[in-house]
Ligand binder design. Structure first.
Ligand code: ADP
Ligand code: MG
Length: 449
């Protein structure tokens, strides 16, 4: 199947060709015609499978073909859970709007409110936004959604996990008319809240699931190595850099100081490594990401800062020098390799401090993970024993919980808005306390800094 089989209008088709896309991915093959036929969609497929174009292309087709319902209101609103994702979607969208009369704007939490008011006054056709800030502007009457033609929810599961359901409902209600189409994308459709939400937002949706269940990426080989301490982790890292057939490598560390220290060690060995340090300002970070994307560095050492937003086809290896604190961050990190159908290797080092995170990842992946060993590096650490089980806590609010925890030990990751409790192979995610949308956006931002 080719993009030319969709019957796209000629301007859009020539943009697709100009950008070098010829064959649609599986999700695109199914989602684009269904969306073009005017259906609401609830769709899922793995990370890196091309969901962004699966909604950008039908959106542009609709705008090119139909007259605007209103001259002033935005015609397409795309919502994403985080600032980084919004930027990534916006970048792809701009490639498509560059040679059109359409204006596209980016509205993010944590940025200057008045600047955004001015941008909205320009009456853009496209808005890419994080939900909290957009709902604020809507409440204050800085724009209206009576003419909205397409509401697109990217990573809807994550938006709901982050507690944006109120804002999403507000945006939905402001655009409540018959001609509106809604496209909902989610990493998984096996998510109770997403399904409830779909009932509220979507009209007779077509359901498209490219890969059942998980966000697991089939093109990425995952290996896990135990380590006693930092010295051993460094020895393992040296071993991988010396022995793996790699193109570009991203190394994720838990702390900024480790980022700098590792990059320094690698540079001293004449390995071309750059550190994406938290102390840099946004412009400096962008510059480093750009030069890495252009292949000017072989290795990028970073905290979770770069786990989203970076879209690179030459990254053959992702190395988790430390395991990520948040389980879903694991998926985002390893999703930096194996992009657009290339193969990738994800190597994770697990020391005593990583054990809890490791167990959460293992539960999330729903598989028992075995560890790989390296000749010549003797590791004593074999994992931590689970703590004595506490009495199971009875959760009375069954509507929010899929399964009640059994009497296995409860492990709670602190300092997150989501508590990911490990109940054997089951995963229960619930919100700890109500935060305002802007607080969430602000702290997702801090977290990524
Ligand atoms: P997802 O949202 O499913 O995680 P993205 O939309 O970010 O994935 O796409 C991942 C990468 O695949 C991007 O680099 C994108 O440009 C590329 N891509 C998307 N569609 C195609 C296609 N039809 N052919 C080749 N590359 C594609
Ligand atoms: Mg995406």
């Amino acid at each position: 199947m080719q993009f030319s089989d969709f019957g796209l209008d000629s301007a859009l088709m020539s943009t697709v060709e100009h950008l070098g896309f010829s064959e649609p991915t599986l999700i695109q093959q199914q989602a684009i015609p269904a969306a073009m036929a005017g259906h609401d969609l609830i769709a899922s497929s793995k990370t890196g499978s091309g969901k962004t174009l699966a909604f950008i292309i039908p959106a542009l087709q609709r705008l090119n073909k139909n007259r605007a319902l209103s001259k002033r209101d935005p015609r397409v609103v795309i919502l994403t859970p985080t600032r980084e994702l919004a930027k990534q979607v916006f970048t792809q969208l701009r490639l498509f709007t560059a040679n059109t009369q359409y204006k596209a704007v980016l509205i993010l939490g944590g940025e200057n409110f008045n600047d955004q008011v001015k941008v909205l006054e320009k009456e853009p056709e496209f808005i890419v936004a994080t939900p909290g800030r957009l709902a604020d502007h809507l409440k204050q009457g800085h724009f209206y959604l009576n003419g909205l033609e397409l509401l697109i929810l990217d990573e809807a599961d994550r938006m709901l996990d982050l507690g944006f359901s109120k804002e999403l409902s507000q945006i939905n209600q402001a655009a409540d008319h018959r001609k509106r189409q809604t496209l909902l994308f989610s990493a998984t459709l096996d998510h109770a809240q997403v399904n409830d939400f779909a009932k509220e937002l979507l009209k007779k949706p077509k359901r498209i699931a490219i890969e059942a269940g998980h966000t697991e990426h089939i093109d990425i080989t995952k290996r896990f190595y135990l380590a006693d301490n930092l010295t051993q982790k460094e020895a393992l890292l040296q071993h991988f850099l010396a022995t793996e057939k790699s193109q570009q490598v991203i190394i994720f560390t838990a702390t900024r100081s480790d980022t700098e220290r590792l990059a320094k060690i690698l540079t001293e060995q004449d390995l071309n490594a750059a550190a994406l340090s938290g102390e840099l300002n946004q412009a400096q970070r962008n510059q480093i990401m750009d030069s890495f994307a252009k292949g000017q560095h072989k290795i990028l050492v970073t905290t979770d800062l770069a786990s989203r937003g970076l879209d690179l086809v030459n990254v053959s290896h992702v190395i988790n020098f430390d395991m990520p604190k948040h389980t879903e961050e694991f998926v985002h990190r390893i999703g930096r390799t194996g992009r657009a159908g290339t193969k990738g290797d994800a190597i994770s080092l697990v020391g005593p401090n990583d054990w809890l995170s490791f167990k959460n990842v293992e539960a999330f992946l729903q598989q028992t993970i075995s560890f790989t060993k390296v000749d010549g590096i003797k590791v004593k650490f074999k994992g931590l024993k689970p703590k004595k089980p506490k009495a199971a806590k009875v959760n009375t609010d069954v509507s929010k919980v899929k399964t009640v925890a059994d009497n296995k030990p409860r492990k709670v990751i602190k300092k997150t808005f989501l508590d990911i409790e490990d109940a054997g192979a089951m995963k229960i995610i619930k919100r700890k306390k109500a935060l305002t949308a802007d607080q969430i956006e602000e702290s997702t931002k801090k977290e990524q800094d």
